[in-house]
Design a binder for this molecule. Structure first.
Ligand SMILES: C[S@@+](CC[C@H](N)C(=O)[O-])C[C@H]1O[C@@H](n2cnc3c(N)ncnc32)[C@H](O)[C@@H]1O
Length: 355
């Protein structure tokens, strides 16, 4: 039986990568969804941690008069960033900084090959890989969140950043940003033409939001300005009980999101709709959670906030904001926000009054 942990141990010391593709192909034929997902997540996570170790070694060497002993430096990571990868500790304990550079290269190649291999599997298998990976990622983002809170006091140390580490998931979801070119450059809304991944909330944001929102079973979730649909796809994969709707101005983005939904069989509980939310004759439906990531022009915000405030007075709702969207919620309708990631992610709860 093939053990992905043993394979990952072998891969990190590979200098000659010519046989790697065959190696990954045979591993992925022999292991189950859970192990393949863990293999995928661990190899991406390890890449980020190794980059952090390389950066930290550089910072420590620059700040020290004497030579930094790598074997002592790496041990600091065993109780923190490397904690989830216990099975690699013995190998890493005897590694050198040069070994870290070798491992970084091998892991980058492994990530690409694993994606290729996952994408060649049937969609139901891919869906399971995505679900397991997202659960694992959620644990790692939580670890990062906790470590960053703790390490605020030691700024001379390099900080783990998983913010964009898992963007490769887009390839499995087939969120191809290049397919989208907004033709209506001269229209009045704020559409982030050509911004690609920049239009999207990171997986980190969505997973941290889901972890701390504690969404009620079978509740309704609306993304106002849903872009290419990352938020909805993550919610749909993690919480099949939630009814999710994303409204988005740009039809091409809606089409890409709905295509992913259909392919992964999420379309019974997740849908994306082409809609200009600034139109006064559009009524935002009632939901329990609303997500807004810097979507609108000031004029559109006025129309949309009027409606959300109306709903907030008759129903307990949560507004999740990313970026500057929070500035629109600092008023009597909403409680003080619960903040994450230095206020980049906020939860505002309705104060209610007419209920
Ligand atoms: C920064 S993106 C956020 C995408 C998604 N919510 C996320 O967090 O990944 C904002 C999206 O809002 C859309 N948008 C802007 N104005 C809009 C409007 N009036 N009606 C509907 N969508 C709009 C933009 O096209 C863009 O895709």
């Amino acid at each position: 039986m093939i053990e992905y942990k043993t394979e990952l141990k072998k891969i990190i010391s590979l200098v000659d990568l010519s046989g790697l593709e065959d190696q990954i192909n045979s591993i992925s034929k022999l292991i189950n969804e859970k192990d393949l997902a863990n293999f995928f997540v661990d190899s991406i996570y390890l890449q980020s941690v190794i980059q952090l170790i390389i950066d930290d070694f550089w910072i420590q060497s620059k700040n020290s008069e004497t030579e930094i002993q790598f074997r002592y430096l790496i041990k600091n990571f065993f109780n923190a960033e490397l904690k989830p990868l216990l099975y690699l500790h013995a190998d890493l304990a005897t590694a050198s900084i040069d070994d870290m550079h070798i491992a970084a290269k091998a892991l980058a190649a492994t990530e690409k090959l694993l994606i290729k291999s996952i994408k060649s599997k049937p969609s139901e298998f891919q869906k399971k890989i995505l679900q397991i990976s997202l659960h694992q990622m959620s644990e790692l983002y939580e670890l990062e969140h906790q470590l960053n809170v703790k390490q605020k006091t030691t700024p001379e140390r390099a900080k783990l950043s998983l913010y964009r580490s898992f963007d490769a998931l887009d390839q499995i979801l087939e969120l191809n940003y290049l397919l989208n070119e907004v033709a209506l450059i001269d229209q009045k809304e704020r559409l982030y033409e050509g911004a690609g991944v920049g239009v999207q909330s990171s997986y980190a944001t969505t997973l941290i939001a889901l972890r701390y929102l504690n969404l009620t079973k079978a509740s309704k979730f609306i993304d106002l300005g849903s872009g290419y649909g990352r938020v909805g796809l993550v919610v749909g994969l993690m919480r099949p009980d939630i009814q999710f709707t994303g409204y988005e101005f740009v039809k091409e983005r809606v089409d890409i999101a709905n295509k992913a939904c259909t392919r992964l069989n999420l379309d019974k509980h997740v849908s994306f709709v082409t809609q200009d939310l600034s139109l006064a004759n559009f009524k935002i439906p009632q939901a329990d959670t609303y997500y807004i990531f810097d979507a609108f022009t000031d004029a559109s915000y006025v129309t949309i906030m009027d409606q959300l405030q109306e709903i907030a007075q008759v129903k307990k709702i949560v507004a999740v904001t990313k970026g500057n969207a929070k500035l629109w919620f600092k008023n009597k309708y909403w409680t003080e926000p619960q903040e994450f990631n230095d206020g980049n992610l906020c939860f505002f709860r309705s104060r209610g009054s007419r209920n």
